[in-house]
Design a protein around this ligand. Structure first.
Ligand code: C2E
Ligand code: MG
Ligand code: MG
Ligand code: MG
Length: 276
């Protein structure tokens, strides 16, 4: 009853909010049809070691919108999560990524690369996610040991026990997990220790405003020390300048991703790095 009244109030007296809701509904419909019409693409951003040798890539979604041009994930991931469309979108990304991995395995210069795919907590909590991954790996022929799934700290907001069980089952297949945007979320160190991770990605916000021995420098040193003691590989995201890489290297960081090494690019562009 109260809910009903609230809804009416909203319609009658807040045209601005109503307009916002209409816009959301329109975007959701647009997302749905974009999925049906194959408007989504997977881009690839290189990840490197200290010598700038490629160690792998991160797969990143782009929406090739017929009217809006290329749309970045910031414009659609949140709504995809809320509407549940993230499951279909995420499946698309996983399928494309596994196909790319299987293809790289046949190219000597690319066979050693790993590929990281972002997955949302919603995907991980699907009843049959492990079985789905198994059949996807089988269908594509991708080596699970080259596949890394990037999760964010919000997995601990849901059913942590279930998340851990799913991660362990995928670990058994060879699939590894990275904690993305580390340091920006809600997870406690207690959870961090319990999740079967192999990598932490230092969020790019700590690197963007890096001043020697400022607060962010202290955070970076702490994350690297944490990685050491928990036996986790650390990769720095959003590295844009030589001094940033030099500082991170000085702190002991061994792996890097960012515009300094390459932008997210099409699969053909990424593959071309390894030809000739
Ligand atoms: P993320 O996983 O943290 O990905 C890294 C983001 O940083 C990407 O933004 C990348 O383009 C951007 N980036 C890389 N290097 C630099 C740099 O040097 N400087 C700056 N300023 N930015 C850099 P993008 O591609 O816009 O993706 C944003 C977020 O959308 C991702 O953040 C990820 O959380 C989400 N996302 C992307 N693809 C997927 C997907 O397939 N599934 C899910 N669930 N989320 C995705
Ligand atoms: Mg990521
Ligand atoms: Mg990140
Ligand atoms: Mg992220």
């Amino acid at each position: 009853q109260a809910k009903q009244a609230g809804r009416n109030t909203l319609c009658l007296f807040d045209p601005q909010m109503q307009a916002g809701l209409n816009k959301r509904a329109a975007l959701e419909a647009d997302l749905r049809s974009g999925l049906e019409q194959n408007q989504f693409k997977l881009f690839y951003q290189i990840q490197v070691d200290r010598q700038r040798r490629a160690i792998g890539a991160e797969a990143l979604l782009r929406w090739d919108h017929p009217l809006r041009g290329t749309v970045a994930p910031a414009e659609f991931i949140a709504l995809a999560e809320e509407s549940g469309l993230i499951v279909a979108l995420g499946n698309f990304a996983l399928r494309e990524a596994c196909a790319a991995l299987a293809n790289w395995a046949r190219r000597p210069a690319m066979a050693g690369l790993s590929l990281a795919v972002n997955i949302s907590a919603k995907q991980l909590s699907q009843q049959d996610f492990v079985r789905q991954m198994q059949s996807l790996l089988r269908q594509t022929g991708a080596d699970p040991r080259r596949l890394k799934l990037e999760i964010t700290e919000d997995v601990v907001l849901g059913n942590v026990e279930n998340a851990i069980a799913v991660m362990r089952a995928l670990n058994k297949l060879g699939v590894e997990f990275a904690m993305d945007d580390f340091g920006t979320g809600y997870s406690s160190l207690a959870y961090l220790q319990r999740l079967p991770l192999t990598q932490l990605k230092i969020d790019r916000s700590f690197i963007a405003e890096l001043r020697n021995e400022g607060n962010n420098a202290a955070i970076i040193r702490t994350v690297l020390a944490l990685g050491d003691s928990l036996n986790l590989q650390i990769i720095a995201e959003g590295v844009e300048t030589e001094p940033q890489q030099a500082y991170l290297t000085d702190c002991g960081c061994r792996y890097f991703q960012g515009y300094l090494f390459g932008n997210p690019e099409t699969l053909a562009q990424f593959n071309a790095r390894f030809m000739g």
